[in-house]
Write a protein that binds this ligand. Structure first.
Ligand SMILES: C[S@@+](CC[C@H](N)C(=O)[O-])C[C@H]1O[C@@H](n2cnc3c(N)ncnc32)[C@H](O)[C@@H]1O
Length: 402
């Protein structure tokens, strides 16, 4: 592979924004891909994948490059050189690579394999917490799995099309997909493509949603005609899935504390042909009180550390702070206590997170059940990134019995 100057400059500029200006990798990549309209699919792939790779392996490359956690442009070029050498790419004779000790890079890489925090490129605090909660062996497997590239998974919108017809439709648009075992609505892209440009997407035939995330809505066991509250709906990934499972019949009340996210859901619902969603911004406790004892089913897709989805959001490793984790656990307990009141007697409640830490998952559920005797535990499911190959998720199904 030959390195092209303008593509490499885009990568360096993007890394500068992510590491020094606190920008989110996803947004930075989106902006980077708009930089030059003449770029073809391969150029765009190079830019996106290289940025994500260097973000994912930041600590490892920093260690090998000897850049001591200072992300000046000069140091970013050194980290880039590490990335290129480890990929087996010949470095061109650009001034940025003049002092690169190519031969020593491989030796340093081998040396780094002895220490998990360096090898897997993770902050010390995260490693300590995860080892404490999961044990060293399990955590080593999970973090190794989450350092792999994420696949693109689609969820067929069964309100508009069935999975086999969608597959054929996408094939005509030169998008090849495969069925995903045990995930009845999921299709895996054989090769990464910008599926948002397809006619199938514009017609609302699918959403992009990880296979593990697709397990959450069915876990709530909704049926057409029910009244369902999706309390932390965000931009509505799971709300749209619920609507599809309910065949557009009944009522879904989608809530979030951010109006902007619900506005995105509104657009997505229109495209998906969903018309049984009411949106409510949680701007006071009244919004919840009004719905006391009234829902057949409540979904709490709780805000969490996101430690199960590091594969998709590698920059979370660097942006997440231990204080955030402490605070979010308090929020989770408060949300469970408050939003569970909307479930009517005989109704169901699902508590879900995209974390693999027991303190955000089964421990929260246990604490809740200890103090809320009106609920009983039905079942839970822990989705492990290493076993599933997809995102890490937790979901617990409870039933209100009194
Ligand atoms: C895991 S995300 C939800 C993702 C969404 N359900 C989906 O499937 O696309 C958690 C959401 O909870 C929202 N949130 C945070 N604190 C909240 C609170 N106190 N009450 C309700 N929603 C909250 C966040 O804005 C975020 O959209």
């Amino acid at each position: 592979m030959r390195l092209h100057r303008n593509l490499c400059f885009t990568v360096i500029d993007s890394l500068h924004s992510i590491f020094n200006e606190e920008e989110f990798a996803g947004k930075v990549v989106e902006k980077a891909l708009k930089r030059d309209k003449r770029w073809g699919a391969r150029d765009r792939k190079f830019v996106a994948e290289t940025i994500y790779d260097i973000v994912r392996w930041k600590r490892l490359y920093n260690e090998i490059a000897g850049t001591k956690d200072h992300y000046s442009r000069e140091n970013l070029w050194k980290m880039f050189a590490v990335w290129a050498v480890l990929k087996g790419i010949d470095l061109p004779d650009w001034k940025y690579f003049e002092s690169t000790p190519v031969r020593r890079i491989k030796g340093k890489f081998d040396e780094a394999q002895k220490t998990r925090v360096i090898k897997e490129s993770i902050p010390d605090w995260m490693d300590e917490i995860a080892v404490k909660e999961l044990g060293a062996d399990a955590w080593s497997k999970e973090i190794a799995a989450m350092n792999q590239k994420a696949e693109v998974i689609l969820r067929v919108n069964t309100l508009k099309i069935d999975i086999a017809t969608l597959q054929k439709f996408l094939r005509k648009e030169e998008v090849d997909t495969e069925i995903v075992r045990d995930h009845p609505s999921a299709l895996r892209l054989v090769e990464r493509k910008n599926v948002f440009l397809t006619e199938a997407f514009k017609r609302g035939y699918f959403e992009v949603q990880d296979a593990s995330s697709q397990l959450v809505a069915p876990f709530l066991q909704v049926e057409p005609g029910m009244r369902v509250v999706d309390t932390c709906a965000g931009a509505g990934g799971k709300t749209l899935h619920l609507a599809s499972l309910m065949q557009n019949k009944g009522q879904i009340i989608a809530m979030d504390i951010y109006a902007g996210k619900l506005a995105q859901l509104k657009k997505r619902a229109k495209r998906a042909g969903v018309h049984n969603i009411d949106m409510r911004v949680i701007d006071s406790t009244k919004v919840i009180k009004k719905l006391k004892d009234s829902a057949d089913a409540v979904l709490i897709d709780a805000p969490c550390s996101g430690i199960g989805v590091l594969k998709r959001n590698p920059d979370s490793k660097w942006k997440l702070q231990p204080e955030f984790l402490d605070n979010i656990k308090k929020t989770q307990a408060e949300i469970l206590d408050s939003y569970s009141r909307m479930v009517k007697k005989g109704g169901k409640l699902v508590y879900a997170t995209c974390s693999i830490l027991p303190s955000e998952n089964q421990n929260q559920v246990k604490n809740f059940l200890d103090t809320h005797k009106e609920f009983k535990f039905v079942q839970d499911r822990k989705v492990s990134p290493s076993k599933s190959g997809f995102d890490g998720f937790y979901m617990a199904l409870l039933e209100r019995i009194e």
